[in-house]
Design a protein around this ligand. Structure first.
Ligand code: NDP
Length: 325
């Protein structure tokens, strides 16, 4: 028997239940991973609340984890039992002692990357990889605005951007989060609970504003983010922590300076095995070189997944959060 978290209806964290069951066997093309650590992500909350629909209910939850391959389906030749692997894509269900997923979504971990680090950085780090290196290939000397700079994705982004010579202005909600973002390489921080973000960006950039804004907060920050951009520059809207951006009249992009906007996702960038491997090589190199150190701010037992999600939704976490099966 093995434990996993599931939900039978969408709603608050109370819908999450810990259940026991026999782990499924991998079908052809799949592997089963005995998880050693599971990543907690904001997207898990979107599925739980129904903002993103789960394919069916009851459903497992979570798409990120790291562990050891303990069963291999027919036709899988790049993985073997005993391999140390991590994953950040595939079916919901990573919140468990075991997870079955398509083998082409699992990658072998380099020796230097431990399970906790992998579970804390696969989804977030691959996201930073495509955002900083592909969505817009940043160049040294450019200035970006990054919302939630002390969060999971934000903590990795600050370090990676620093390594690229990019100046990060990070928004945060407390002095403690400001310190963390600075320690991670943010050039400046703005505490949006007591400072006007647009005015501070104007001051910090001597009126030039930013080359790119990375906004995962969504509804609450949409207009502010557009106002922080240089003419003809790029708004990257990649999350909905405050709710989805809806009902946009495209004319706003004209009014705010002939801006560009994109709404990317990890699955859209790591959509082939080749691309996933390329992005992992880049991430593992950043981790191996020490240029990016993964900050695990919180560890919870798997059974406390609801508490962990509540803390993430209430802005109480910093860095990455992992669940331990
Ligand atoms: P974080 O650790 O960054 O937590 C979210 C942070 O957002 C909070 O700590 C808080 O920081 C800030 N925030 C601002 N407004 C709100 C609000 N109303 N409710 C809750 N939090 C708020 O989470 P993750 O690192 O897991 O994810 C960060 C974002 O990136 C999420 O929006 C997620 O969906 C997105 N994402 C998108 C991906 C993609 O490919 N498109 C992939 C991975 C993540 P503060 O207190 O400083 O304001």
């Amino acid at each position: 028997m093995a434990k996993r978290i599931q939900f039978a209806r969408t709603g608050g964290s109370e819908v999450l239940e810990l259940v026991d069951g026999t782990p499924a066997d991998p079908a052809p093309g799949e592997v089963r991973v005995k998880n050693q650590a599971v990543g907690l992500n904001f997207i898990d909350i979107y599925f739980r609340t129904g903002l993103y629909p789960a394919p069916s209910l009851p459903s497992g939850l979570g798409t990120e984890g790291a562990g050891v391959v303990d069963a291999v389906g027919e036709g899988v030749d790049h993985l073997r039992e005993g391999d140390r692997v991590a994953y950040a894509q595939g079916p919901l269900g990573a919140y468990g002692e075991y997870h079955v997923l398509p083998a082409d979504k699992a990658v072998v971990l380099p020796d230097g990357v431990d399970f906790e680090t992998a579970a804390a950085s696969m989804l977030k780090g691959l996201t930073v990889q495509y955002l900083l290196r592909q969505t817009y290939p940043l160049k040294g000397g450019e200035t970006i605005l990054w919302h939630a700079a002390a969060g999971g994705v934000g903590s990795i982004a600050c370090q990676w951007a620093r390594a690229l010579g990019v100046k990060v202005i990070g928004t945060v909600s407390s002095p403690e989060k400001a310190r963390l973002a600075k320690d991670n390489g943010a050039w400046e921080t703005i505490d949006y609970t007591r400072e006007d973000v647009v005015e501070r960006v104007r001051e910090l950039t001597s009126g030039e504003m930013c080359d790119v804004v990375y906004d995962s907060v969504g509804k609450d920050t949409w207009i502010t983010s557009l106002d922080c951009l240089k003419p003809r520059s790029l708004m990257v809207s990649f999350g909905n922590a405050s709710g989805a951006v809806e009902g946009v009249n495209l004319g706003i992009l004209n009014q705010k300076g002939s801006l560009f906007v994109t709404r990317p996702s990890l699955n859209g960038y790591a959509d082939t095995r080749e691309r996933l491997e390329m992005m992992c090589r880049d991430l593992f190199e950043m981790l191996g070189s020490g240029k990016v150190k993964v900050d695990i701010g919180q560890r919870y037992a798997l059974a406390d997944a609801a508490k962990a999600q509540d803390a993430l939704a209430a802005r109480q976490t910093t860095g990455s959060t992992i669940l331990l099966p």
